[in-house]
Design a protein around this ligand. Sequence first.
Ligand SMILES: *[C@@H]1O[C@H](CO)[C@@H](O)[C@H](O)[C@H]1NC(C)=O
Ligand SMILES: *[C@@H]1O[C@H](CO)[C@@H](O)[C@H](O)[C@H]1NC(C)=O
Length: 336
Amino acid sequence: MRLRLRNVFLVYFVVSLVGLFCALRELGRPCPCPPPEPERRRGRSVGVSGGEGLPPIYVVTPTYARPVQKAELVRLSQTLLHVPALHWVVVEDAAAPSALVGGVLAASGVSFTHLSAETPPELRGGPGAPSWLFPRGAEQRNRALRWLRDTRRPDEPGVVYFADDDNTYSLRLFEEMRSTRGVSVWPVGLVGGLRLERPLVAGGRVVGFHTGWRPERPFPLDMAGFAVGLRLLLAHPRARFDPRAERGFLESSFLGGLVTPGQLEPRADNCTQVGVWGVLGAFGGLWGLVNPGQLEPRADNCTQVLVWHTRTEKPKLRQEEQLQRQGRGSDPDIEV
Ligand SMILES: *[C@@H]1O[C@H](CO)[C@@H](O)[C@H](O)[C@H]1NC(C)=O
Ligand SMILES: *[C@@H]1O[C@H](CO)[C@@H](O)[C@H](O)[C@H]1NC(C)=O
């Protein structure tokens, strides 16, 4: 009897020791409690008020009615939904904002402003005219500029980016542009007949551009390849997109009103100074005079492609037209 008791005690002792050992081992480890709220959720708090303390990004999207319009806007909205402190300014090429675009915006969960500006007929080109005869989206982007000038105070922080509805955007792009003070630049993939176009950077400065077409353009940049500081924009009330700009010169027509192309001397090492000029600019509109030609390279000195000039294939609707001629087309009451 005594012997058995001793055995029981021994077993108890060993089990306790093992238990204590295991407990001690667990001490240094992170507790297996539920993981904290994922980062992504914070990205959901959209709107200018979301992302406390961050300068808001104003994403300007010109759009026009076509079969893929809703699909493009839904896709873009679901990218923008992940970006904190973002306000989406959507401008339709139409006499008035449409119910379709309004519906997409209202359902998107993104903070938005819905505007319209119709391209005048003389700048539209006839139905047979090639699409590149006049630059697309100039009126609409100018309408967004007017909205920014009408509603923002000159000293408000912010970044303005022109995002067409058919490109593909990495979420990282928005964080890269967030710190824009003057004009920030980065590569664009699948554009201009090349795998990528990009500003060439040496020693942290833009020293040229890799482009296959009209490299003599003042700013050989795609619309998706730059962002502009809101204060810089507001300090230049006349800067706008020229709807009669030659093909490929629309970006230059706008950027030329903000910075001096001859002085492509972005000073990454002098970025600290830009903040001072920014304050000066806010008071005196002096920015462009004092510190022109700021191109701030982003995306690891313009070595990362974070936006792609993808184009959605135009859908073939021949069967639809055939059925419509027979009065049996798809239900026109169902929005596509
Ligand atoms: C960009 O290049 C400059 C100069 O070579 C370097 O100091 C800097 O760290 C680079 N920045 C990034 C993000 O790679
Ligand atoms: C930065 O500013 C200083 C003067 O404040 C100037 O001497 C220097 O050349 C500047 N650096 C660059 C890269 O522009």
